[in-house]
Design a protein around this ligand. Structure first.
Ligand SMILES: N[C@@H](CCC(=O)N[C@@H](CS)C(=O)NCC(=O)O)C(=O)O
Length: 237
């Protein structure tokens, strides 16, 4: 049985989970790796990030690569296009979700802690998010889906990206740009009604609540300090 190493709050993992739900795939178990964030995890998986798809011990990293692989081996229902042009369009919007929104939001997420905030990082990465939401506003579908009038891999990448924009960007002191981008706002309201998006969003919100509680009770800072010390020790070898 294949395993997806995943975490509730990981937007990249959420992208793959949403695709798994939308395809009705039931023979992939989804689990949080117990040693995630430790030197052992990096030893097993050189990139050291989730998601990872474990295919009988053969580890495949990178959400986009996993998504394309799953599309190839579970082609129904199709989440790419009916024509090469449609597929290119879906991949373009998915890249906006991944490269232009999620990547910047993931790097920004550490800036939500006021004590260690660096305004230069917020201005740089947050500025990119604002620019990219404006671009998305001109490109996004107007019928409740990212494109092509049905759920595609583009929606799977946008849903976790927009979740991060709505829920994490304000914690860095920046205003959420979604309400001011009419087409993105309409899409965001509509896609949250989709059952697969809604299920993924419940998990993302659960992960965010857990993380915020860990920040409040100090266990997140302790965990990060332990992880940094263990990594430094492992790198001496
Ligand atoms: N480009 C990667 C990014 C994956 C990624 O950054 N995952 C985060 C969780 S959302 C992670 O594992 N971070 C651990 C770390 O930065 O050490 C993908 O698309 O899968």
């Amino acid at each position: 049985m294949m395993k997806l190493y995943s975490g509730d709050l990981s937007p990249y993992s959420a992208r793959v989970r949403m695709q798994i739900y939308a395809k009705g795939i039931t023979d992939i178990s989804i689990e949080r790796p117990a040693h995630f964030g430790t030197p052992g995890f990096r030893k097993d998986f050189p990139i050291g990030r989730i998601p990872v798809l474990d295919i009988d011990g053969d580890a495949m990293p990178e959400s986009e690569v996993i998504a394309e692989y799953l599309e190839a081996i579970y082609p129904e229902p199709p989440m790419l296009g009916a024509t090469p042009r449609e597929t290119a369009h879906i991949r373009t919007i998915a890249r906006i979700g991944d490269v232009y929104i999620m990547n910047n939001m993931f790097m920004l997420s550490a800036q939500s802690r006021a004590e260690t905030r660096n305004q230069g990082i917020i201005d740089l990465l947050g500025g990119q998010v604002l620019r990219n939401i404006k671009a998305l506003d001109r490109m996004i579908g107007r019928d409740g889906f990212a494109c092509c009038g049905r759920l595609t891999m583009a929606d799977c990448a946008l849903v976790p990206g927009l979740f991060m924009v709505e829920n994490v960007l304000p914690a860095t002191g920046m205003e959420d740009p979604i309400p001011k981008s009419a087409n993105v706002a309409a899409y965001w309201a509509a896609i949250q009604q989709n059952e697969h998006a809604a299920r993924t969003l419940v998990e993302l919100h659960r992960g965010l609540e857990e993380r915020r509680e860990m920040i409040r009770n100090g266990s997140f800072a302790r965990m990060m300090a332990q992880a940094a010390a263990a990594m430094a020790e492992a790198e001496k070898d």
